[in-house]
Design a protein around this ligand. Sequence first.
Ligand code: NAI
Length: 480
Amino acid sequence: MVKICCIGAGYVGGPTMAVIALNCPSIEVVVVDISVTRISAWNSDQLPIYEPGLNEVVKQCKGRNLFFSTDIEKHVSEADIIFVSVNTPTKTRGLGAGKAADLTYWESAARMIADVSKSNKIVVEKSTVPVKTAEAIERILTHNSKGIKYQILSNPEFLAEGTAIQDLFKPDRVLIGGRETPDGLKAIQALKDVYAHWVPEDRIITTNLWSAELSKLAANAFLAQRISSVNAMSALCEATGADVSQVSHAVGKDSRIGPKFLNASVGFGGSCFQKDILNLVYICECNGLAEVANYWKQVIKVNDYQKNRFVNRVVSSMFNTVAGKKIGIMGFAFKKDTGDTRETPAMDVCKGLLGDKARLSIYDPQVTADQIQRDLTMNKFDWDHPIHLQPMSPTGVKQVSIAWDAYEASKDAHALCILTEWDEFKTLDYRRIFDNMQKPAFVFDGRNVVNVEMLRDIGFIVYSIGKPLDPWLKNMPAVA
Ligand code: NAI
């Protein structure tokens, strides 16, 4: 029986391995992690991450050929194929601080593999890593090899949170990069055989190692760039009276452009986009490509601009101050159908409003109060470390309370800010919400989910990103 071990039981490791186990009953899959709480959660009925369809998949194979364990060394030493899906945070100090990937966790995983291995291994990079990481890992492994042969493959993951299970079952492509040597090709084939259990062969692409690593960074940069492009357009639409949804629709009808990823919003978030672009920028700079680096940097700058612009809209619309005013925050996750808050735009918007002394009542159907308080008190980039190594704030932010539902969050509020596109925000009883709010009552829709006309008829003053401005907003101070 082929044995797979995956180091890192997070958003990528957990779902990816569950889908492999389900589709390959003849393979034993063990997911290991240094976080005891995470592994305990995987072994309980309350999984550590929320992802539609994940529960059902895990239920079918847990205890059959899918296992979760903290006994890392045992399972690594027994495995034929080792996936490494650990955190790759942005460095906060030293060379490349604020841009380069911190490979501390990757390197320690590689050294541990070298220490405990007694048989030949295929080591698969699942984490998103800077180009040429495989080479560094290869050096660590071969310098400590004791005669054991290692083949390194790059198999970046393209799943999107919120649709991870469907993405894993029907991937657009599976990418496998490896060495173009006989042993390298054999290793590529071994991994191909795993995916071939359910992925059509023409969707499995093989490349050299560096192309695979760079393709992942490039794909995320292109996706984020589309969002920044439409968000930049949204500012122009507001200034000129065009409607960004109409513009997106017209643009997306061009088959060369396509309709996906063209929704204007308060900004992109998630653990990958910013981190991967920063990485790309750093690699370009290291290779003397300043113009290319600056080009990609702009994608992040526009994203930051969009979040600031939103905060400025809120404050300027509400008589240039939100001090002491209650604002209901609808949604904190970085997108719907996930409880993940890493780099969520809600964090920056909330911090901006708190900076103007607002009182916030935050509601999200999937994010815990503890997580929200942790996010609002954590330093930039600290979130991307294993949970038990993240600094915990001794006290939460005083002006923030967590609400059980949208109605509680909006009670007596001066304004609502919709920051995640949860479906339930489309069908709230806005009449009831309006009746319980201070007047004038504002809705700032950062995801364009509400029916603007209906809300205006109820009496709300509504701001919707990239849409023709409410007359009220037109008369307020200009927004930077
Ligand atoms: P995560 O933070 O959810 O999971 C990483 C896990 O690795 C943590 O549970 C941590 O405790 C564990 N870990 C760290 N060092 C370890 C070690 N030495 N031994 C054992 N366990 C260790 O991160 P996530 O989201 O799963 O991301 C993992 C990688 O995949 C990152 O490089 C990310 O950029 C990439 N990625 C993430 C995607 C996403 O949607 N979240 C999509 C595609 C790639």
